[in-house]
Design a protein around this ligand. Structure first.
Ligand SMILES: *Cc1c(COP(=O)(O)O)cnc(C)c1O
Length: 353
């Protein structure tokens, strides 16, 4: 850190992404990427001409992409915002609506507390219940920015839309962000509720179910006035936030939507198989609606299991936070990858005896 950095930023603890090691080939089950390749349509769309066109700025309005999103999500382009990953949209929401403070769960996506600190916001941390379900009552009547991942990370648990509505109704004077990064793996989207509630921002991403984590593309659906706020911030920071190749890739991925929905179905199937196998091995596994599972064993600590798996060429994610340090989060990979994962876990547990 240089002596020039502003005081406010020098104490900031930045977000720590899951490791992306380049040294050797791991079975990567640590950052919730899709094991499936991008669709043929996306691969064909990024052609030589499109690469030559990189000399031009990208469309700042993202017109084609937004109109396709509107078609697929049965809404209108004015109710859609697209961001450089959904992280950028979350960033803008914290910047725009956090003035009276922000509330989120103790165990949730790690970026929320980073954004809160970045903007010096007052954070109200609402602990999940004993069973890791959301304390919905704790979010009622706060009238400050509320941010909820649904399904939640890293637990994979979801809250029903009825509960989302209760929270929306009782916080009518503040924005409620529902982060639906994992909604395509069996959750229920609140997107339609944006027609009824002007304080809802429903955020999704192409990173998980659409195999495009490296392209950096997220989108949000909300009341057109909220979308205007976000556009204002975008035009005040980076008008060309979505590069032209990503706009094309996103559009083409939506044309091939059925392919991705089918991949999500396969991941759900593999998730259930993996959950059962881990339970047979004595693990406690939370019921997940996401493309990962959260599991712990009484026989081995989370950190130790993470390290042993890494030695065996399998990467999973471990979090040091007390409440969840016994757990590891395991991304659902391909069927073959999960078979190897189970073999390695079995071997590691066997060696303990
Ligand atoms: C992965 C993830 C994101 C970020 O996704 P990007 O679109 O890649 O920025 C946002 N929220 C949650 C809960 C996530 O797990």
């Amino acid at each position: 850190m240089s002596k020039f950095l502003s005081e406010k930023l020098s104490s900031l603890k930045a977000y720590e992404p899951g490791e992306q090691p380049q040294d050797k080939k791991y079975i990567k089950l640590n950052t919730n990427e899709s094991p499936y390749p991008t669709s043929d349509g996306v691969i064909k769309a990024i052609n030589e001409q499109k690469i030559k066109d990189l000399r031009l700025y990208s469309d700042p309005e993202c017109k084609l992409l937004k109109s396709k999103l509107a078609e697929v999500y049965d809404t209108i382009p004015n109710k859609i915002f697209v961001g450089n990953g959904s992280d950028e949209i979350l960033n803008f929401a914290f910047m725009a609506y956090g003035q009276k403070g922000v509330a989120f769960a103790d165990i949730t996506y790690g970026f929320y507390s980073v954004f809160a600190d970045l903007y010096g916001l007052d954070s109200q941390i609402i602990p999940l219940k004993e069973d890791f379900s959301l304390d919905v009552d704790g979010f009622l009547g706060l009238n400050k920015l509320i941010v909820i991942a649904n399904p939640n990370a890293p637990t994979g648990k979801e809250i029903p839309l009825d509960d989302v509505e209760r929270i929306l109704k009782s916080n009518a004077n503040s924005v409620v962000v529902i982060d639906e990064a994992y909604v395509d793996f069996g959750g229920n989207s609140c997107a339609k509720l944006t027609e009824k509630y002007d304080n809802l921002l429903c955020v999704q991403t192409f990173s998980k179910s659409r195999s495009m984590a490296g392209a950096r593309l997220g989108f949000a659906i909300g009341n057109s006035e909220i979308i205007k706020d976000l556009e204002k911030i975008k035009y005040s920071t980076n008008p060309y936030n979505i590069n032209s190749l990503t706009q094309i890739a996103g559009y083409s991925a939506l044309v091939d939507n059925d392919y991705y929905l089918n991949n999500a179905k396969n991941i759900i199937k593999t998730r259930e198989i993996t959950t059962n196998k881990l339970r047979e091995l004595g693990f406690t596994v939370l019921d997940s609606k996401a493309n990962f599972i959260f599991a712990k064993s009484d026989k081995i600590d989370g950190k130790e299991l993470y390290l042993k798996l890494k030695e065996n060429g399998v990467l999973v994610r471990h979090f040091t936070k007390d409440r969840i340090s016994k757990f590891v989060r395991i991304t659902i990979g391909s069927e073959e990858e999960m078979q190897i994962f189970i073999e390695k876990v079995t071997k590691i547990l066997g060696e303990l005896e």
